[in-house]
Ligand binder design. Structure first.
Ligand SMILES: *Cc1c(COP(=O)(O)O)cnc(C)c1O
Length: 406
């Protein structure tokens, strides 16, 4: 792809990030090499001091991981400009998992004695990280209802040790959204950096950098890879100097790097991101409408239903309500178990964003480590079922749900 030609998001999914190498391979090759040749003692010095760019050691990156990073950066920055009206420049760093990306984010930006502010209903792993790991490093987390901006401001005003606002929107698995524009403005007023977990939405549905956030992270395991073939994560930032120094240093030393094979799978998965998301989304809309009116269903959390409390907020910051929903079957946990065991087409597994429809029960799986009281307070009731609607023919998905509910 020649530089600077005007293209659409789907074309960017296909082409961006690719760089031809000397053997003219059409696809990004898998560079399965742990280390790279140093041309001379002088070349080695230049590489290590950062004077010259080049490959050194695969924990730091490889041509394959770099092309994955450049594609993700291009998609998150798609159509956005910086304060001077130039195309927004972003740096992405791929990691071994979404959790590794969050670890680099937190440890490179916070010191002992500093705090994170966040909301309820976080991804189970993130919730456990802030509950069980960060406190031992003396990094505490303040959780509150972020729909209430006055309450957020009061906390930020009072507690100057809060240095990072961590947002997950939409959040797992209740699809709660928070207002990125207003919260980012508020956080920045108090000198607090903002990070957004954009896993559920993907850059196709939502671009947090539009609202001036400082960092975006993804579990690339989900929609970005899209085929469930690799665990992975990415951390993206807009302050290039900070990303290239402090964040890169932490990334390299914490050792949460990705690898060439997973990056190769990720690159190929992302090429069809727009195409898959469009199908995921149109299927989800129909499935939500079906469940919403089904007599055996108590309620459905789907951002495209006017009954969802964040229907309007979703319209404001997302292109479409997405492919995730959760619902409660009348009869609670027992009825949920029966339903899951009856499914024939839909897959019973945790995770999301794969081609097949995935159904799971958060209370007994992803959120089993979260205290019950906090879990219920976050809207994750005992019988709640989460569904990531796949790209099958929608009639088949609905037919399967129908027979499992009867
Ligand atoms: C899966 C997930 C994570 C964690 O990512 P891993 O790749 O499993 O480490 C973080 N946030 C959200 C919203 C997720 O769905």
């Amino acid at each position: 792809m020649k530089e600077n030609i005007p293209i659409g998001f789907g074309s960017s999914c296909v082409h961006s990030g690719f760089e031809a190498e000397q053997h003219r391979s059409h696809l990004t090759p898998i560079y399965a090499s742990s280390t790279y040749l140093l041309d001379s003692a002088e070349h080695a010095v230049a590489l290590f001091t950062g004077e010259e760019k080049g490959n050194i050691y695969a924990r730091f990156g490889s041509p394959t991981t770099q092309q994955a990073e450049n594609k993700i950066a291009a998609l998150e920055a798609f159509g956005l400009t910086d304060n001077h009206g130039n195309p927004l420049a972003l740096k992405a760093i791929v990691h071994a998992s979404g959790m590794a990306a969050i670890t680099t984010l937190i440890l490179s930006n916070l010191q002992a004695g500093e705090k994170v502010i966040s909301h309820l209903s976080l991804y189970g792993g993130t919730q456990e990280l802030v509950d069980k790991v960060l406190p031992s490093l003396n990094i505490q987390t303040v959780l509150l209802d972020m729909q209430n901006l006055d309450a957020v401001e009061e906390v930020l005003q009072k507690d100057k040790s809060i240095r990072m606002m961590y947002l997950e929107t939409p959040a797992n698995p209740t699809l709660q959204c928070v207002d990125m524009e207003k919260l980012t403005a508020l956080a920045h007023q108090y000198g607090c950096k903002v990070a957004v977990d954009n896993t559920f939405a993907t850059p196709y549905l939502q671009q947090p950098f539009r609202y001036g956030v400082d960092f975006v992270m993804h579990s690339t395991t989900k929609f970005l890879n899209g085929h469930g073939t690799a665990i992975g994560g990415v951390l993206i930032g807009k302050d290039m100097e900070w990303m290239n120094t402090k964040v890169t240093k932490h990334f390299r030393l914490l050792g949460g790097n990705s690898n060439a094979f997973d990056a190769f799978l990720l690159i190929n998965g992302m090429k069809t991101l727009e195409l898959r998301m469009q199908r995921h989304c149109s299927n989800a809309e129909k499935v939500a409408a079906f469940l919403h009116t089904h007599p055996a269903i108590a309620f459905v959390n789907y951002l495209g239903l006017e009954s969802h409390p964040h229907y309007a907020l979703c319209k404001k910051q997302m292109r479409h309500p997405g492919a995730l929903m959760s619902f409660e079957i009348k009869g609670g946990f027992e009825a949920s178990k029966k339903f899951i065991n009856q499914l024939q087409l839909c897959t019973h597994a945790v995770s999301l964003g794969t081609c097949d429809t995935l159904v799971s029960h958060p209370a007994s799986t992803t959120h089993v480590g979260v205290a019950r009281e906090l879990r219920i307070q976050s809207g994750i009731t005992d019988g709640l079922i989460r569904m990531s609607v796949g790209i099958e023919n929608v009639e088949d998905i609905i037919h399967d749900l129908e027979q499992a509910l009867s």
